[in-house]
Ligand binder design. Structure first.
Ligand SMILES: Cc1cc2nc3c(=O)[nH]c(=O)nc-3n(C[C@H](O)[C@H](O)[C@H](O)COP(=O)(O)O)c2cc1C
Length: 215
């Protein structure tokens, strides 16, 4: 089965080469993401993709805001880590320590890439209607995951990232995103650069800590 290859090669890529993604490839991965299941086939998702000169302009605008120290204001509120539930809080703490140690050891330069939208040649913005139910949020997550696996299957790298939607007014204006839609998450798409940043690997919990099977 080819699926395992697409699944295992996907990991978050935080620095991209200048190689563009063709419009046909973008349409293909979105068509595949549309295969995701949704509540009563409600298909609540919409997707807006910035590429070419538009994404370059967005990257510069984001960097300008970051340089000015503008506070982020995503449309989905970000809770302080101390207010997350116990298990994800512990996992975040573990990842943060590992990532910080790794960054020190490898001189990683995360902020420089992040503020320019990771230099990605395409950024997809996923939205749902502002009056969506929680089930539509669940459906949007599945759409996002299928999108990234479909991309991986074509050798296209990705990262879902809050930092892409820190200043949602930028993409809303650039892509004419209607005001009755919430800009939920951004997904950078492209081909990884040879930056050391891309060599970091996240961890996963022991299966026994998340799985219960009773036979
Ligand atoms: C909703 C969401 C928001 C994220 N935001 C960021 C972010 O702002 N910066 C970042 O470096 N990674 C971000 N990530 C990527 C996660 O850190 C990454 O998926 C996780 O550490 C697991 O690593 P992997 O994707 O390489 O398997 C985000 C992921 C998700 C699902």
């Amino acid at each position: 089965m080819e699926f395992n290859k697409a699944l295992t090669r996907r990991h978050s890529i935080r620095s991209y080469s200048d190689k563009p993604i063709s419009i046909d490839d973008l349409k293909d991965i979105v068509t595949k993401a549309q295969k995701s299941p949704s509540w009563v086939d409600s298909q609540p998702w919409k997707i807006y993709i910035a590429t070419g000169e538009i994404v370059k302009k967005l990257a510069q605008q984001q960097a300008d805001l970051e340089d000015k120290g503008t506070a982020s204001h995503p449309e989905i509120p970000v809770r302080h880590r101390d207010d997350w539930a116990k298990m994800p809080r512990a996992n975040m703490a573990e990842n943060s320590v590992r990532k910080a140690d790794w960054a020190t050891e490898h001189n990683d330069d995360y902020d420089r890439y992040q503020k320019y939208l990771y230099n990605a040649p395409a950024v997809a913005y996923l939205t749902i209607a502002k009056d969506s139910t929680d089930w539509s949020k669940f459906d949007l997550g599945m759409f996002a995951s299928t999108l990234m696996l479909a991309a991986s299957d074509k050798g296209i790298d990705s990262i879902p990232s809050y930092s892409l939607v820190k200043y949602p007014e930028l993409s809303r204006v650039a892509l004419d995103i209607p005001t009755d839609e919430t800009i939920f998450i951004g997904i950078a798409l492209g081909y990884q650069s040879d930056s050391i940043l891309n060599q970091y690997r996240s961890n996963r919990s022991d299966l026994s800590s998340i799985l219960t099977i009773k036979d």
